[in-house]
Design a protein around this ligand. Structure first.
Ligand code: ZN
Ligand code: ZN
Length: 216
C-alpha cells in the first residue's frame, strides 16, 4: 500500500464521477486516483452508483428502499468500471499526466518564474487553470491566500506549510480560509501539479507585481 496521507474528499470524488468539475481539477483528481488505491476504490463505488442510478432512475428515486435496490444493481454489474492504467515504476509523472503532456518530465516546457521556481501551464480556461511547478529544494513559495479553491498534488519531493507536510501522492486542498507559505523540503526538488479556479491572493508587494508574469 502507499504512504499517501492526504486524500481527496468524497465531495470532490463524487463531483469528478458526475463530470461536473472544471478540467483543471479533473486532471489533478485523475492523477491522484492513479496513485492512490483508497481514492480509486471510493471513485469506483461512486461511478457504480451513478451508473446504476442513471440506468434505473425510477427505482432509485421512487422506491423507499432505493439504496438497497441500487446496491443490488451494482452487485449485478461486474467489470463496468475501468481502472486507470498503472504508472510505470519510478516515473515522476503518473499516467494521466503523461497522456496530457505527451511524455515524461523531459517533454514539459518549463519557464522560469523567479526564485529558481519553474512552471509549465498545462491548461487555462475561465473555469480554472492547472500547472506543473518545479521548486528547488528548500525554496519558499510566496505566502498567499486564495479566492477560490487550490488543489496541489505532490509528484516528487515534499513541501510543508502551516497545515502539514505533503509528500508524493499527497494532495492539499486550500480554500478562502487558508493562508499559507509552502516551503519545499531540503535535499530534493519538489514537483507539484496545482489547479486553481481563481487567481491567488499574494500578500507581499513583490509577488503581487510578479503576478502578471506568473499568470496564476
Ligand atoms: Zn487518495
Ligand atoms: Zn496555496
Amino acid at each position: 500500500m502507499s504512504n499517501i496521507r492526504h486524500h481527496l474528499t468524497d465531495d470532490l470524488l463524487m463531483a469528478y464521477s458526475a463530470g461536473t468539475l472544471p478540467e483543471a481539477f479533473s486532471l489533478v483528481i485523475a492523477t491522484h486516483v492513479s496513485m492512490c488505491d483508497e481514492c480509486r476504490i471510493m471513485l469506483d463505488s461512486f461511478d457504480a452508483v451513478g451508473g446504476a442510478v442513471l440506468e434505473d432512475c425510477d427505482m432509485a428515486v421512487l422506491s423507499d428502499d432505493s439504496f438497497a435496490a441500487t446496491m443490488a444493481l451494482i452487485a449485478e454489474q461486474d467489470g463496468v468500471v475501468d481502472s486507470p492504467r498503472l504508472t510505470p515504476k519510478g516515473a515522476v509523472l503518473p499516467e494521466p499526466l503523461r497522456d496530457y503532456v505527451q511524455g515524461g518530465l523531459d517533454s514539459v516546457k518549463w519557464r522560469h518564474v523567479g526564485g529558481g521556481v519553474r512552471q509549465a501551464v498545462l491548461q487555462r480556461s475561465k473555469s480554472g487553470s492547472v500547472r506543473l511547478l518545479r521548486i528547488p529544494a528548500g525554496a519558499k513559495m510566496p505566502d498567499h491566500g486564495h479566492r477560490g479553491m487550490e488543489m496541489t498534488l505532490v509528484l516528487k519531493g515534499a513541501f510543508s506549510d502551516e497545515c502539514d507536510r505533503f509528500a508524493r501522492g499527497d494532495v492539499e486542498i486550500a480554500d478562502e480560509d487558508l493562508h499559507h507559505t509552502p516551503i519545499a523540503e531540503e535535499g530534493e526538488e519538489c514537483i507539484c501539479l496545482a489547479a486553481t479556479d481563481a487567481p491567488l491572493r499574494f500578500n507581499a508587494f513583490i509577488p503581487r507585481i510578479a503576478q502578471p508574469f506568473l499568470r496564476i
